[in-house]
Each structure stands twice: as structure tokens, then as C-alpha cells.
Design a protein around this ligand. Structure first.
Ligand SMILES: NC(=O)CC[C@H](N)C(=O)O
Length: 450
């Protein structure tokens, strides 16, 4: 080996020791998070009672206060922190089918640099009423973790139960459907289950009013991209981040705001996700119908937003037996538009109980966009090219913080369309990709990480 190569080799080894994987691993081991003493829950009993008569007994973690909720299950394997902070889970007791939850702890919820005003997780705190897991991890390990699942749940007064057979609970919920429940802790866990009439039904509450912003606010005020209004039914933070990341100036409006009175100020309208039954805000759907009829700018709806678009278009919404919650839902595209190609299957993240009814004939000006490959439920609707409109709704979450990101470019399509319209362009033809002007081009070419 020549002297020249030997010197280079030594330099490489030295630099690897300073900054390579071994050095990083050593530093990580030395950080307090890796050497922390776990805060353990007091060993107190807990029970999950279902209105249908079954009870499951285990141990408590998190809050020691008992809570009611609608019991639902999620098949997601990762991102429990994102699911639990998703406002669409408001009022629900969330059963995780993944056997161990909590391994990577909980990160700080402070905004990421570049995204002031947007929490790191999906909202400002935990939204679900309780969590049910087979085995809670009492120790965590992740470079971003600042506390354990137990400590986090305690801080947000959300009780958890561990040591129950989540497979049995999930099989039951799949058969009989989403069921009202009570997560009982401590002395209450030893007492008989509540009477049928005592179960609290979150669908009787205006959950959207609780999840929405009380006042309008603006994000990325000095951005150069299109001006997009978000009707907030309980928006996930990563939806806002996905719009801001593409240069949009985003104005978030309360769920019952009269958008039609201010629509001239905007280049596009986004309808967010949210908790509860879409039919509970029929007035909003009728205002959106007026927007669709009188305004020709792009509109994009996700989950609850998609259901509201459907109601506005004249489709019906129904309650599914157990809904779809998880990060592995395959959907087939029936139309091409922007980044989406007809005939392709995309894997998506979902969290919903309601869906739009699939009908032989769609209302004039509308077509199905996606369909679920497992249960054939409607996964998206789109305005037809003849309608001259540029409107899409999807039941799934293209922006899902926990992935998959197969459909993330729908945000680029939407922001581009808004920008294009702003510059006086005409409507998009299904299947055509248009990039509107330099701002949108620049925004679209930025590296995108969800
Ligand atoms: N994630 C959502 O927006 C859910 C919409 C509605 N609450 C449902 O359960 O179907």
C-alpha cells in the first residue's frame, strides 16, 4: 500500500470515529434519555367495559381517571403519537392492534423550525379519550423522545389499559361494529360495568366545534405562493405543514365561518378532516354547495372535508360498521388527475367511521376518484372535466405524518392548481399536470419530506 493511500485511510478512520456511526452511537448512549430511570405507573387495576356487555381486565397506565368513549381499533404499527393527537379521534377510546406500544416514547410537541404556529404532532395535545394496548412499553428509546407514553397520557389526563387481549377486542368490534365503552380505573374497575343508558355517546356532541379553531389565523403570512383558506373541522397539523411547505399562505377559518363572504380573497379552499358525523354540519355542507356553484377556484377535501364535499355534491353519507383506521389501506384510482394515474393502487393512511355511498350514477359534474380495494367503499370524488371545476375529495390522508406517502403529491397538484388559477389559467383537464408559474414551480421542486 502506498504511503499516500495509508494517510488517506488513517484520515478516514479518524473522521469516522469522530462523526461516523460508532461515534454517534456512543454519544447517543451517553445522553440522559438513554440512561433515564423510567417512571412506572402505580400497579392499579383497570377495566374496559363495552356497552354490548363484555368487560376486559388489565392494568392502568397514564391518567388514573376513568373515561367514556366510542371504542375503535387501529391497525397502524407506528406513529401512535400522531394518531393520539389526531383531532378526528376526539371522544374515542383507541385500541391498538399492534402488540407493543410506547417503545419510542413521545417527542416534544414544539413547532419545527420553519413552521411556526404548527405543532410537531397532529395537534396541541392528546385527543382520544383513552388507549387500549396489549403491552405498554414502560421504557422508551428514541433520539427525539422526551417522555414515556405513560407520562404523556398522565399529563393529558388520558387513561390507558395494558395487559388485555386486543385481538379478542378487535375481532369483537369487527363483528359488532364500533361500540360505546368505559375505561374504568382503580376502585371503579372492581365495580360492575355501567348500565346501558349511562354510556356517553360522543356522536351526540358537536365535536367539530371543540376541535376547530375558535378564531381565524394566518400561517406563512409572507409566503409568495397562492392564498389558501382552510375550513378547520379539526385539522391535522401535517395538512397545514404540507400546504405551507409548498409555499401557500394559509388562512385557517373556524368550521362555521361564512367562507362565501370572503372567498374573493383566496385562490383555493381546503376542507379539513374532523371528528364525528359529517351530517352533523349539514349547514356547512350547504354553504360549500354554494361555493361550488358560484366559484371556480380549486377545492380539495380530506376525510371529513371529502365527506362534506360529497354531501354538497348531492351524495349521501353513511356510518360504516367499524370504519377504516390504519396505515395500510389500498385504494384504486379510477381517474387520472395531476400526479394520480387511473388504474394504479396506492397504499394510504385512514381514520374514519363514515363514508360516502357508492351509487350507480354520480350527480352531474362528479365522478368517483378512488375506491377501496378491501371493502369497495368510496375513497375519493372528483369534478368531471366537463364541469369546468377543479375539485377533489379523498377519504384517506395523503399527508399522513406516519406514512405511507404514496399520494403526497396531491398537495403539490392542489397548490399548483391554485397558483395557476391565480395567474389567470383555465381549469385542469383530468390527467394533465400543470405547473403554474415560477413560484409554484419553485415550491414544487423543493425536496419534500412529510
Ligand atoms: N379523519 C376524519 O376526518 C374522519 C371523518 C369522520 N369523523 C369519520 O369518522 O368518518
Amino acid at each position: 500500500m502506498s504511503a499516500f493511500r495509508a494517510i488517506n485511510l488513517r484520515a478516514a478512520v479518524t473522521s469516522t470515529m469522530k462523526s461516523g456511526p460508532i461515534a454517534i452511537a456512543k454519544r447517543h448512549l451517553a445522553t440522559p434519555t438513554s440512561l433515564y430511570t423510567p417512571v412506572l405507573p402505580a400497579k392499579i387495576p383497570a377495566a374496559l367495559h363495552l356497552k354490548s356487555g363484555q368487560s376486559y381486565f388489565g392494568e392502568n397506565f397514564g391518567s388514573e381517571n376513568s373515561k367514556f368513549g366510542e371504542t375503535v381499533f387501529s391497525t397502524s404499527i407506528t406513529s401512535y403519537t400522531d394518531s393520539m393527537t389526531d383531532p378526528s379521534y376526539l371522544g374515542q377510546i383507541l385500541v391498538f392492534t399492534s402488540p407493543m406500544i410506547g417503545n419510542y416514547g413521545v417527542p416534544s410537541n414544539a413547532s419545527e423550525p420553519g413552521y411556526p404556529g404548527i405543532p410537531y404532532l397532529e395537534s396541541s395535545g392528546i385527543q382520544c379519550s383513552g388507549v387500549v394496548v396489549s403491552d405498554v412499553a414502560l421504557k422508551y428509546s428514541h433520539y427525539k423522545a422526551v417522555e414515556s407514553l405513560h407520562e404523556w397520557c398522565k399529563r393529558y389526563d388520558v387513561p390507558g389499559i395494558t395487559g388485555v387481549d386486543t385481538r379478542a377486542i378487535t375481532s369483537l368490534l369487527r363483528d359488532q361494529g364500533t361500540t360505546l365503552g368505559r375505561l374504568a380505573v382503580g376502585d371503579e374497575a372492581a365495580k360492575p360495568a355501567p348500565q346501558e343508558h349511562e354510556y356517553w355517546d360522543p356522536s351526540k356532541e358537536n365535536l367539530i366545534a371543540r376541535a376547530s379553531t375558535p378564531k381565524p389565523y394566518v400561517l406563512n403570512e409572507n409566503g409568495t405562493g397562492p392564498r389558501i383558506a382552510v375550513l378547520d373541522f379539526g385539522t391535522k397539523a401535517n395538512i397545514l405543514r404540507s400546504l405551507v411547505r409548498r409555499g401557500a399562505v394559509v388562512t385557517v377559518l373556524p368550521w362555521d365561518y361564512d367562507f362565501n363572504s370572503v372567498r374573493d380573497q383566496f385562490d383555493g379552499l381546503f376542507l379539513s378532516n374532523g371528528p364525528g358525523d359529517p351530517k352533523s354540519i349539514m349547514d356547512t355542507a350547504m354553504r360549500v354547495r354554494q361555493t361550488i356553484n358560484e366559484w371556480d377556484k380549486p377545492i380539495f377535501g380530506i376525510c371529513m372535508g371529502h365527506q362534506i364535499l360529497g354531501l354538497a355534491a348531492g351524495l349521501e353519507a353513511y356510518r360504516m360498521t367499524f370504519g377504516n383506521r390504519g396505515h395500510n389501506q389500498p385504494v384504486l384510482a379510477l381517474a387520472s388527475s395531476g400526479s394520480i394515474k387511473a388504474g394504479r393502487v396506492y397504499v394510504t393512511s385512514q381514520n374514519h367511521q363514515y363514508a360516502l355511498k357508492l351509487t350507480e350514477e354520480f350527480p352531474d359534474g362528479w365522478a368517483p376518484f378512488f375506491i377501496n380495494c378491501n371493502d369497495s367503499s368510496v375513497e375519493g370524488i372528483i369534478s368531471t372535466p366537463e364541469s369546468g371545476k377543479r375539485i377533489w375529495g379523498v377519504q384517506f390522508h395523503p399527508e399522513s405524518a406516519g406514512g405511507p406517502l404514496d399520494t403526497i403529491e396531491m398537495f403539490t397538484d392542489f397548490v399548483n392548481e391554485c397558483q395557476y388559477g391565480r395567474q389567470g389559467g383555465s381549469s385542469m383537464i383530468a390527467g394533465e399536470v400543470r405547473v403554474g408559474g415560477n413560484d409554484a414551480k419553485a415550491a414544487a421542486s423543493q425536496p419534500i419530506t412529510a
